[in-house]
Design a protein around this ligand. Structure first.
Ligand SMILES: [Zn+2]
Ligand SMILES: [Zn+2]
Length: 315
């Protein structure tokens, strides 16, 4: 089958054998999305060799449980052991032996087929089209914030970063009714937010020590510094993006101000599907362009351009 293979910081189209591991479902990919993690993997921020891609909508073509065959599905990306200390205590996404679709020791979704255990799959409601369902994984990641902390409607919430994930975070935070402001650099990012009635704020307008919750979604030292400045004493700073290399932080001031630091990664799929089914969230406005799998290299070039939001690959 055709696939987009990453090896030694280089991606190329490769013919590889179809996956066919026992006990897992074989899934025909319909669409897959390029996310910042994919671009970072290509740059070599994390070591990975294999087929890239972890955001997808597909159709089950083979499975032990035949009731899944023919179903449109999305899939959770962490494949877990169910035996380690983390698994046994319910922290499944932190399984010590996990493989992660297209990220850690498991071939991903820029290919004709991928495979996952049935327990990772979620059926997609008929009313959620492919171009919407392909956003389930990043939307779930955005919802992880609300799975972790309780955002009250009267709280002042600052979101720093309005890229691929930031846009989805903004849409989900807006649903809480909180007093939300978003730092968005690019005109298109700002326009998408404004179109949904979400307020943007210039960096220079941000009052220091005033924000109850700050979500940092840029993954840049500058973004973190701004978040640190904005958060009020005993406020909660959610770190929603990874950082290249080491981040230099004055931790004494975080101790003195009693800041809650929350790391945030993968989130719940079912609420993400529900919010799209009810159209309370519309991620399709993020789509910049769609390419065929044959043009996946071009798709990656496009996704790496500044300010470009979601690029999809269809197979
Ligand atoms: Zn991703
Ligand atoms: Zn485990």
């Amino acid at each position: 089958m055709k696939s987009l293979w990453l090896e030694n910081n280089r991606i190329d189209l490769r013919d590889v054998q179809e996956p066919r591991k026992l006990n897992e479902a074989l899934i025909k990919i319909r669409k897959a999305g390029i996310c910042s993690t994919d671009l970072e993997l290509v740059k070599g921020y994390y070591p990975y060799t294999g087929i890239l891609g972890h955001e997808f909508i597909g159709e089950v073509v083979a499975a032990d449980d035949s009731s899944w065959i023919g179903q449109r599905v999305v899939g959770e990306i962490n494949v877990v052991c169910n035996e380690c200390e983390q698994c046994l205590n319910g922290r499944l996404t932190h399984c010590e032996k996990r493989t992660v679709l297209g990220i850690v020791n498991r071939d991903g979704t820029f290919a004709e087929f991928t495979q996952l255990p049935i327990t990772n799959l979620h059926r997609v409601p008929d009313s959620v089209p492919d171009e919407m369902a392909v956003f389930t994984e990043p939307l779930a990641a955005a919802l992880e914030i609300q799975a972790q902390i309780n955002i009250k409607p009267n709280e002042r919430v600052l979101l720093i970063g309005a890229g691929r994930l930031g846009q989805l975070i903004a849409q989900t935070l807006a649903l809480t009714g909180c007093d939300l402001r978003v730092v968005a650099r690019h005109a298109q990012q700002q326009n998408l937010l404004k179109a949904r009635g979400i307020k943007i704020i210039g960096e220079e307008e941000i009052q220091p020590w005033r924000w109850d919750v700050v979500v940092e979604a840029t993954g840049s030292p500058g973004g973190f510094a701004l978040a640190r400045k904005a958060i009020r004493p005993r406020g909660t700073l959610v770190m929603k993006s990874t950082y290249k290399g080491e981040l230099s932080v004055n931790f004494s001031s975080i101790v003195v101000d009693e800041i809650n630091l929350i790391g945030s990664r993968c989130g719940p799929f079912e609420p993400a599907l529900r919010l799209m089914e009810s159209r309370q969230i519309d991620p399709t406005v993020l789509i910049a362009e769609e390419f065929n799998l044959d043009e996946a290299l071009k798709a990656f070039e496009r996704a790496a351009e500044t300010g470009v939001l979601k690029v999809l690959v269809q197979t």
